[in-house]
Design a binder for this molecule. Sequence first.
Ligand code: NDP
Length: 318
Amino acid sequence: MQGKKILVTGGTGQVARPVAESLVPENEVWCLGRFSDQAARKELEELGARTVTWDMATDDLEDLPRDFTHVLHSAVHRGDGQDFEETARVNAVGTARLMTHCSGAEAFLYVSSGVVYNRADSTHRYRVGDPLGGAAPWLPTYPVGKITAEGVARGLAEALALPTVIARLNIAYGPYGHGGVPMILFNEMRKGQPCAVPREGQNYCNLLHTDDVVRQVPLLWEAAQVPARVVNWGGDEEVGITDLLEYMSALTGVPVTLDRGDYSRETAIFDHDARRALIGDCSVGWKTGIARTLAELFEEYRDRIDEYVGQHAAETAK
Ligand code: NDP
């Protein structure tokens, strides 16, 4: 992608930061946010991105240019688990302000989440069109914020004739920000904390490495349309969370304690047919991606990971 004027929210976050960084060399990239992470702001600016302080809870966009060609709206207010009204308001108003301000853009991408789906059993492959109404016992406000903002994105796509794509992300991970759910779990393992898993079976997800996120964002922009297009966005493989924990343990030697019980962080797997037809396959296999991410984020395990990967080359081939 070249010569475009791109607006990114959530540019200090795990998902959008690598995208912003990858687009900077050949495009004009503006990042909006509160920049609670000042170091991230400085690094983005050093790479050539323009940064503008914007709190989507309170701030309008009056002083910002309007002639953006592409918008990646990745910022999220997940809420504190109880502030349903405020979570709905912040995510809705932030999305509305961006879309009305950039109504002449070629494409608007709203990063939603698989958390919007009504929970089915752990082997169900969610499709766009499945019942909504997500429940997240670990953060009940989160799905409310995402479903509300999706509604705004759908409504304004048509009202403004703004080509829009709503991408319901599965689990993204990689060496940025918090590293994604796998790295959050690995940090629990390092602290000796037990990892909550189902009493029977395991939770499954479609891990998506940030390299694929970076590659696929421009493809998703190309798929934007009126009415808004909704797409499930995840990695190709179905990964068991318990398998993931055990693999991270094997790679690093950090022991994992499984806490089998009734409450674990439920994840979801997607039916990929529509996504594959639209933007193709992923390029990073989960075992390779997890090994690379752990080695990049945790230097102390690098040698051991290299050794393990060398011994199990066939299994981590992609
Ligand atoms: P992070 O938690 O890493 O980052 C959140 C981003 O939102 C930060 O850049 C933060 O910037 C910005 N933000 C939060 N509140 C505000 C605010 N009031 N005003 C302006 N900016 C704000 O998020 P991720 O990168 O993990 O997630 C990105 C998107 O992807 C989100 O929409 C999320 O719902 C979705 N998603 C992510 C998944 C994942 O696996 N990571 C899975 C499914 C969906 P700052 O603090 O500087 O304001």
